[in-house]
Design a protein around this ligand. Structure first.
Ligand code: NAD
Length: 360
């Protein structure tokens, strides 16, 4: 198959969909890979590495002219011109939040397979997972930075020093983000408390960390108490498909220590802290009652090289199936079939249809 890897042109997006190693895997199987010149630059992957991996370097139109285009972000308006009947497009689409793109994909007859709806039999979302791992591991790192005095924080070192106690990190939610955040916070020497409503998640953390992480059942009184002693509060809850529950209320913020920091990773689902709003890497924080609020909705964008490799590790096996068999691969792989959102003018994902009152 002829596969295209365009350069991402959305503002501040530096990831690329395939690494040179992935390209080599595809070309060794006899596929032709057309990489737009400069596509890997933001992730520190120069054209020469792609050429050495067997790719043919081309321009945007050349990459988009392939039979299957593999991307990171959904197409933006400047890319709509390339969408056409029968084009296989494999990327994050987030259509329920983007009616114009949904209409363009349908009108053009593009076969749109969305990373975010590829789903394993147990309900897991394998192509969303790597970005949660990245954001979870980043959360204590950015929190530690903003605890510094010059950043508006309390002037605390997360790990303390001998004779001076470490900072207290409280994590709401023990899923992928929460577990990764706990691991890094503990590694930095902080005192870590994790709250979740799912007992088996707390059991898991208790087992592997043998009591070195404090686990607490998530309910209103326990959250209210934990918030008062948090130096760094990390929001990591998710109710699949729903807006994040508002667990930390406005009045609780008033009970927090001045200069303490909130990193609400769940901000992309509305956030679990009442006072959180989405911010950007350019201006990541603001203060409410002297508490530093960090609400960056695309945290992995700060570490494009790590994020590119993490994403490609997970997408390559599916990309390979699509390259080998085309749309036939959807008949053989139920998880991949769930990724199909648009097919030759038809909407094929129920939740997107529901969002716009369209038949699907
Ligand atoms: P996950 O499903 O793996 O984990 C969510 C956890 O929240 C689950 O363990 C669940 O039991 C728990 N939970 C639900 N209700 C709760 C409550 N009332 N109290 C305590 N815990 C509760 O999800 P995830 O992959 O860890 O993602 C978490 C959030 O982070 C999502 O909103 C996701 O979209 C977001 N995210 C944001 C970024 C970013 O850049 N900001 C990046 C990746 C993921």
């Amino acid at each position: 198959m002829i596969i295209g890897i365009p350069k991402e042109i959305k503002t501040l997006e530096s990831r690329v969909s395939m690494t040179p190693g992935a390209v080599e895997t595809l070309t060794r199987r006899g596929h032709t890979v057309l990489v737009e010149s400069g596509a890997g630059k933001g992730s520190g992957l120069p054209d020469e590495q792609y050429a050495a991996a067997g790719a043919k370097l081309t321009d945007a139109a050349g990459a988009w002219g392939a039979e299957m285009v593999i991307k990171v972000k959904e197409p933006i308006a400047a890319e709509y011109q390339y969408l056409r009947k029968g084009l296989l497009l494999f990327t994050y689409l987030h259509l329920a939040a983007d009616k114009p793109l949904t209409e363009v994909l349908l009108k053009s007859g593009t076969i749109g397979i969305a990373y975010e709806t590829v789903q394993l039999p147990g309900g897991g979302l394998p192509l969303l997972l790597p970005m949660s791992e990245v954001a979870g591991r980043m959360a204590p790192q950015v929190g530690a930075h903003h605890l510094e005095k010059s950043e508006g924080g309390r002037g605390l070192l997360l790990g303390g020093v001998p004779g001076v106690p470490q900072a207290s990190v409280v994590i709401l939610g023990a899923g992928v983000v929460g577990t990764n955040a706990a691991k890094i916070a503990m590694g930095m020497g902080a005192q870590v408390t994790v709250l979740d409503v799912n007992h088996s998640r707390l059991q898991y953390l208790d087992d592997i960390y043998q009591g070195r992480i404090v686990t607490v059942s998530s309910n209103e009184p326990n959250i209210r108490k934990a918030v008062t002693y948090a130096d760094l509060l990390i929001g990591a809850v998710l109710i699949t498909g729903a807006k994040a529950p508002r667990l930390v209320t406005r009045d609780m913020i008033g009970t927090m220590k001045e200069g303490s920091v909130i990193v609400d990773v769940a901000v992309d689902q509305g956030g679990c802290v009442e006072t959180i709003k989405a911010t950007t890497h350019a201006a990541p924080t603001y203060l409410v009652d002297g508490v530093v609020h960090y609400g960056v909705a695309n945290m992995p964008g700060a570490v494009p090289r790590t994020s590119t490799y993490a994403l490609c590790n997970q997408t390559l096996p599916y990309a390979m199936k699509l390259a080998q068999k085309g749309v036939e691969a959807l008949h053989e792989d139920r998880s991949l079939a769930l990724g199909l959102n648009t097919y030759l003018g038809e909407l094929t994902y129920g939740a997107v249809g529901e969002a716009f009152g369209m038949p699907s």
